[in-house]
Design a binder for this molecule. Structure first.
Ligand SMILES: [Zn+2]
Length: 443
């Protein structure tokens, strides 16, 4: 294991965006990092701009259409608690970590999306226990490196409080720092969600979101200290990136309510019995799928969607045809894609705004609760990546990276190929380009 090459550490700060730059660049950790870093403060996410597609685009260099992670959730319509795209097997292309492992490098990963049951050397995947009968710790253990996770749980498990922040990121940070020091992986990936969580709960410009950025700054400084103590700071290329920004929201759009009115979705109690057309949310955008064999309703579905979009109060800004959605990198299997107006986001609920009870049919009475996604969010993501003020950031500093080069604009898909180049590897299927202007020429 190992190479003579410099190491790579990728720190993903979920929902950190270009509008945050003026604030974080004055904080001590970010300030120190930016003294030498090359950077882009105008990074476009992918469409839909949500966490799992975005992180998979970062790590593969491909748009969702090609890598296959087209949403956070899989297409399990009507299932009480659908699965997320948790496992590596759902990614249809190679990844940065697979190429690194193939080259004999060691890889550590902490809550990086879609890494479940991957070959990663030390892996703590992001998986939630989403069935009433499944236990969080066992679910995570089964999908990652068992002995490593058991050790992390034993050492640092007391810090964690389920999925609540900032305890989750604090737990992840202790695991990361321990691993950097004790295992010295060639490649380390970490996904921190404190800022994303605070924005969903309190809004993009909330004090809580700012406090989370200040906590990220302290986390960054503690990573630098750990690398210095381990004698690794001088030979580690460090990348700090975001996956999307967020937009403030006040209202949810329930397209499936209209589909049910038309008879395209039928219910049995609170559960979906049958569907011909279904709207699956990606928060700020949504996919509309028409079931195989139901192509005859497509024109009528389009008519309804166009009528809704023409009504300013419906919350639908634009109806995008399936081919155009695919050309934008989204799921080629959708019939339509919907973009939300400012202040709106989509939900899957069939019952409309009045009765947003989850598909909890069949669960004991005590377990029946509102769909978590139907709890009003103060901000969210998923919108068209080109929307103004919605871009994210990319910053890189280290022995192989030029100092203070500004990249005017780029896309998430450029990050994988660039990180691969830093490791002396390539991602042959990548849609993105290597950011050669920030990489020092090799002797
Ligand atoms: Zn995210």
């Amino acid at each position: 294991m190992g190479t003579n090459r410099n190491k790579l550490l990728v720190i993903s700060m979920d929902a950190l965006g270009a509008p945050d730059v003026s604030f974080f660049k004055e904080l001590p950790g970010f300030k120190r990092f930016l003294e030498t870093a090359s950077y882009c403060f105008n990074v476009s996410s992918v469409y839909p701009s949500i966490t799992y597609p975005a992180h998979t685009s970062i790590i593969t260099g491909c748009y969702p259409k090609k890598h296959g992670i087209v949403n956070n959730l899989r297409r399990q319509f009507g299932t009480p608690s659908p699965d997320w795209f948790w496992q590596r097997m759902f990614i249809k292309t190679t990844t940065l970590y697979d190429e690194a492992l193939n080259a004999g490098m060691s890889v550590a990963s902490f809550l990086w999306p879609v890494t479940g049951k991957s070959r990663i050397t030390w892996n703590m995947p992001e998986i939630f226990a989403n069935r009433p009968w499944s236990n969080q710790i066992l679910t995570s253990l089964n999908n990652g490196t068992v002995t490593f996770q058991a050790l992390m749980q034993k050492n640092f498990g007391h810090i964690r409080q389920g999925r609540s922040q900032p305890a989750l990121d604090n737990f992840v940070m202790e695991c990361l720092k321990w691993t950097l020091e004790k295992k010295q992986p060639d490649v380390a990936l970490v996904h921190l969600t404190d800022v994303d969580s605070q924005r969903h709960l309190h809004g993009t410009r909330s004090q809580e979101a700012r406090d989370a950025i200040v906590r990220h700054d302290a986390r960054l400084r503690s990573i630098f200290e750990t690398l210095e103590r381990a004698g690794l700071y001088h030979n580690t290329n460090i990348i700090v990136l975001g996956d999307h920004y967020q937009k403030d929201t006040v209202k949810a759009v329930h397209v499936n309510y209209w589909f049910a009115q038309k008879g395209w979705i039928t219910m049995r109690g609170n559960a979906i019995h049958q569907w011909q057309a279904y709207c699956q949310n990606c928060d700020g955008s949504a996919y509309v799928y028409i079931r195989k064999g139901c192509g005859h309703i497509k024109d009528e579905v389009r008519e309804l969607l166009d009528a809704l979009a023409a009504d300013g109060d419906s919350g639908i800004e634009q109806v995008i045809g399936g081919k155009d959605a695919a050309a934008m990198g989204a799921d080629p299997h959708c019939s339509f894609m919907l973009e939300a107006r400012d202040g709106y986001y989509f939900q899957d609920s069939v019952n409309g705004p009045e009765r947003s009870v989850a598909f909890s049919e069949g669960l004991p009475e005590a377990e029946k609760k509102p769909d978590p996604s139907s709890i009003p969010m103060h901000a969210t993501h998923g919108y068209f990546p080109g929307k103004p003020g919605y871009q994210t950031v990319f910053m890189a500093s280290g022995p192989d990276i030029c100092e203070n080069v500004e990249i005017p604009s780029m896309c998430l898909v450029d990050e994988g190929p660039t990180m691969a180049r830093l490791l002396g590897l390539t991602l042959p299927e990548a849609d993105g380009r290597v950011l050669t202007s920030i990489i020092k020429p090799q002797e």
